[in-house]
Design a protein around this ligand. Structure first.
Ligand code: 13P
Length: 253
């Protein structure tokens, strides 16, 4: 047995102004104060709303993540945001290697690895995303793809504690499509990822790492996914933008 506390995290992607973001987290904070969930809760607003959300959530248990990070700490990198800057704002986590960054913005296993290392240098916990495309699943290479992403992404990263790493398995074909992986499809990949982590870092370490599932998680399918042995919560896109849906998922955990 382990003492993994599940995490339900909302990835808001490129949605919500600072005013809209504040209104949403105020509702979440009020509900969670009235009825404590058994899981941890995190939101990842766009960069432009981070300061307002962190201010609104001061004194609550809801954690805040950025959606991306550049790997250098400072310098002539127009348009980029560094880990020390994100940490300075009050974020605790960063989403790294999301498939939208890989597919639309050229992120690779190598750049993902540099971002992971930048997080650790600044005491930020990376939520490291990996997952196969539909073609890869249909050609039977799901396990090979996610293991490669895991190994290449982790590279030579050294972790002082399993608490410094969160994985998010997000099959690309399930993101924003309404097609979630079935609990058994998700569980078998989560279990393979935990086994691979065990090979690299030892079984004790692997047992403590949170592995989230992401891809069309909704209030009505969350419980069956979260009930699986190796699924430690979710990374929620569309359904995290509405308080009722996100709270429904949180209370499923
Ligand atoms: P959806 O929940 O909208 O499918 O998005 C999942 C996701 O990409 C979370 O990072």
């Amino acid at each position: 047995m382990t003492d993994r506390v599940p995490l339900v995290a909302g990835n808001w992607k490129m949605n919500k102004s600072a005013v809209e973001a504040t209104a949403l987290v105020n509702i979440l904070a009020q509900s969670l104060a009235a009825r404590h969930p058994v899981c941890d809760v995190l939101v990842a607003p766009p960069f432009t709303a981070l300061a307002a959300v962190i201010e609104a959530l001061r004194g609550t248990d809801i954690m805040v993540a950025a959606q991306n990070v550049f790997w250098e700490d400072s310098g002539a990198f127009t348009g980029e945001v560094s880990a020390p800057m994100i940490r300075d704002l009050g974020c605790t986590h960063v989403i790294v290697g999301h498939s939208e960054r890989r597919q639309l913005f050229g992120d690779t296993d190598t750049s993902v690895s540099k971002r992971l290392q930048a997080c650790l240098r600044s005491d930020l916990i990376p939520i490291f995303c990996l997952g196969e495309t539909l073609d890869q699943r249909e050609s039977g290479s799901t396990f090979a793809v996610v293991k490669r992403q895991l190994i290449e992404g982790l590279g030579s990263v050294k972790f002082a504690s399993p608490r410094q790493l969160i994985l998010a398995y997000e099959p690309v074909w399930a993101i924003g499509t309404g097609l979630n992986a079935t609990p058994s499809q998700a569980q078998e990949v989560h279990s393979a990822l935990r086994e691979e982590l065990g090979t690299v870092f030892g079984a004790g370490f692997a047992q403590q790492v949170l592995i989230l599932y992401g891809g069309s998680v909704k209030p009505d399918n969350a419980k069956s996914l979260f009930d699986c042995e190796d699924i430690d919560g979710g990374l929620i896109g569309g359904a995290s933008l509405k308080a009722d849906d996100f709270l429904g998922i949180i209370y499923s955990a």
